[in-house]
Design a protein around this ligand. Structure first.
Ligand SMILES: [Zn+2]
Length: 331
C-alpha cells in the first residue's frame, strides 16, 4: 500500500520544496533525494459539484462557472489537460472520500481566504489521487457575465483554484500596494495564479495569461509538443553566493508576454521552461509583492535591488539557453 500525503493550499508553501529546476511554481514533492512534479497522471480528471447554493450564486450557476473554467484550462493548446463533470453531490468539498469535489463551505475563520484547494497525492510518484476545492461563504459572490461591483467573480476564482487542482503553485507576476486596513490591493497582475485576487467586481482573471499557460504546458504538454518550446536557465548571485527565492521574469518583446520563475536552490539556480522560442529580457526582483509564504518556504532573500541579465537571452526551440549569470546588489 502506497503512503499518501494530504495538504491544503493554505499551508501549501510548507510543501513546495526547493528544487533547482521548477519554474512559475509547480508543487514539487520530495521523494528521497529527488523532487517530482505533483500532477494528474489520468485524463480526463472526473469531478463533482456540491449541490449547495452560495451567497449570490446558485448551485447551477456555480456548476456552469466550474465547467467554464475547466474548458479554459483544457483549451491550453498542446496539453493533455481534461476534466469530466460527474454531476451534483451532497459530498462536502473537503475530506478524503474518493471524489474530487468543488463547492461552497462556511469558513468564517478564514477571513482572507476566498477559496482553497486540498490535494491528496501518491507519495511514491507525486501523482494526484484526489482534489477538493472550497469557496468561502464568508464572501459575497457573483456569476454575472459582466461582474457585479463589490462581489467576487466566481468564475475567476474557480479558474485560479483549478490551477492548484492541476498542481500549480502561485505566480509572482503582479504588483500590489499595502492598504491601511491591512492586506494588499492588486495594482496589476499578469497571471491568474497570482495569489491575491483582483478588486471585487473585476472579471479580468477569467482569462489565462502567458505565465499560466507556460506552467500548464510544463506540467501537461503532449510529448510531441514539448519540443516546440524552449527554456532559459541560470543563476542569481549576490556577493558571489547564490540567492534563494529570487523572482526571475522572462519578458518576450515580440509578444509582450511575461513568464516567471524562481531561484529554488541555495546556489541560486533557476529554470523557466515552456517558453515560446525566441529572445527574452530577463529581470530579477525580490519576492516582495505578497507574503513570501504564499510562494515558498525557506530562507527567501528579498534584500537586493532589481537587476537584469546583461543581454537578451534566447530560449531555443526544443532546448535550453546556456547558463545566464545575473549579479544583484543589496538594497
Ligand atoms: Zn492560490
Amino acid at each position: 500500500m502506497t503512503r499518501v500525503v494530504a495538504f491544503a493550499m493554505v499551508v501549501v508553501t510548507a510543501l513546495a520544496h526547493p528544487a533547482p529546476a521548477l519554474a512559475y511554481l509547480k508543487f514539487g514533492f520530495r521523494i528521497g533525494d529527488r523532487t517530482v512534479d505533483v500532477r494528474w497522471s489520468m485524463a480526463p480528471v472526473p469531478y463533482f459539484v456540491n449541490e449547495r447554493d452560495g451567497p449570490g450564486v446558485t448551485s447551477a450557476e456555480f456548476r456552469d462557472a466550474v465547467a467554464g473554467a475547466a474548458v479554459t484550462w483544457q483549451a491550453v493548446a498542446g496539453t493533455t489537460i481534461g476534466f469530466q463533470y460527474q454531476g451534483f453531490t451532497v459530498a462536502p468539498p473537503a475530506g478524503m472520500d474518493g471524489r474530487n469535489t468543488l463547492g461552497f463551505l462556511d469558513r468564517p475563520d478564514l477571513d482572507r481566504v476566498l477559496g482553497s484547494t486540498s490535494l491528496l497525492l501518491d507519495a511514491a510518484t507525486g501523482s494526484l489521487i484526489e482534489a477538493d476545492v472550497f469557496f468561502n461563504t464568508r464572501f459575497p459572490w457573483s456569476a454575472a457575465p459582466q461582474g457585479v461591483p463589490g462581489r467576487v467573480d466566481i468564475a475567476s476564482v474557480v479558474l485560479h483554484e483549478f490551477g492548484h487542482f492541476l498542481g500549480l503553485g502561485h505566480s509572482a507576476i503582479g504588483e500590489t500596494e499595502r492598504i491601511a486596513t491591512g492586506g494588499r490591493r492588486v495594482l496589476g497582475s499578469g497571471a491568474v495564479m497570482f495569489p491575491i485576487a483582483l478588486t471585487p467586481g473585476s472579471v479580468s482573471d477569467r482569462t489565462l495569461q502567458a505565465d499560466d499557460t507556460a506552467a500548464a504546458m510544463d506540467l501537461y504538454a503532449v510529448e510531441a509538443d514539448r519540443g516546440e518550446t524552449g527554456s532559459i536557465r541560470g543563476r542569481v548571485v549576490k556577493h558571489g553566493r547564490g540567492v534563494f527565492g529570487a523572482h526571475v521574469v522572462a519578458f518576450n518583446p515580440a509578444t509582450g508576454s511575461l513568464v516567471g520563475g524562481f531561484t529554488l536552490s541555495a546556489d541560486g539556480q533557476f529554470v523557466i521552461a515552456a517558453l515560446v522560442p525566441g529572445p527574452y529580457i530577463i529581470r530579477v526582483e525580490p519576492l516582495d509583492d505578497a507574503d513570501v509564504e504564499s510562494f515558498l518556504s525557506g530562507e527567501v532573500d528579498v534584500d537586493f535591488k532589481v537587476a537584469y541579465a546583461p543581454r537578451m537571452v534566447v530560449a531555443p526551440r526544443g532546448g535550453s539557453s546556456g547558463d545566464v549569470a545575473i549579479t544583484v546588489e543589496p538594497k
